[in-house]
Design a binder for this molecule. Sequence first.
Ligand SMILES: [Zn+2]
Length: 312
Amino acid sequence: MADDIVFDKRFDLAPGVVEQVIPGVRRILCNNPSPFTFKGTVSYIVGTGKVAIVDPGPDDAAHVKALLDAVRGETVTHILVTHTHRDHSPATPAVKAATGATVYAEGPHRPSRTINLGEAPRLDASGDFDFRPDVRLADSDIVAGDGWTVEAVTTPGHTKNHMAFALKEANAMLIGDHVMAWSTSVVAPPDGSMRDYMASLDKLTRRAETIYLPGHGGVINDAPAFVAQYIAHRKGREDSILARLAKGDADIPTLVRAIYIGIDPRLVGAAGLSVFAHLEDMVARGTVACEGEPSLSASYRLARGGLGRGSS
Ligand SMILES: [Zn+2]
C-alpha cells in the first residue's frame, strides 16, 4: 500500500547499558525482547543529579539493578509511568522502595469499555492491575523537577490510562507505546480502543514536539511526519476492511487473511484484535454492522448506506 509506514528497525542498544539519547535524557534497555516488545522495554532517566525515571519496566531484577546502578550518586525524585502494561510498570514498587521517589501516572489499569463475556482473562494477562500511582495526573498537568519540566498529555487508546510526557526543555515527548518507530501500536479491545487511539493520534498533530522517545525501539526524529504516516496507515486498514466486506460478509479470521499478507504467525492473534478494534469503531460510527454487540466471533457486513463501498 502506498500509504504504509516507513519503519525504522535500527536499535543497537545492549541491555543494561546506559546511553544519553538526547541532551538531558538517558535510556536503558531491559532484556525482555519479544514480537511485541521488539528488543525490550526502554526506560528513560530525565535530568542530572535529581532525576525522574520514566517507565521502570517489567518485574525484572536485573533491569531494576541496572536502573539503580545508572543513577548511583544521584537522587530519584520522580517516577513517571506512561501506562500499565506488564512490560512497563511492574518494576515501579522496587524502584520506589529503593529511592523513595513519588510515582506519577494517569491512574490504575482499567479497560477502555465494559468487558464482555470471556474477555477478562486476556485483559488480566497484559495489565498490571496492582499498580497505583502516588499522584494521578490529568491532561496538561505540569510536573517539574530539578532542571526539567514535563507536561502530562493524556493519550488513551493503546490503554485507557496511556499518558505521554512532553519534556519542555527538549521539545521532545516521552511517548510510551502510543507511537513507535519500529512498528504500529497494538490496540486490543477491551484493553484498548481504536476510537480513543485515533483521537489521541489526532491530538499529536496539534502539538509542536518534533522528537519522540518511545517505550520500545529507537528515537523518532521527525515526529509530525511520522504521525501523519501512522494516521494514514490506520485509515488504509479501514479501507482494506471495507473493501473486503464489499465482496461479502466476513468474520475476523477471514479479514485477517485478506489484509495481513505474510504476517508472522506469532502475531495473528494480535492482528485479529487490531481488526476487531477497527470493527468496533466502524460499527460505532455506522459504516459496518454485525448481529448483536461487536465481538471476536461475530460476522461483519457493510452497513446499509455505510461509506467506503468501492474504496479498493
Ligand atoms: Zn503497552
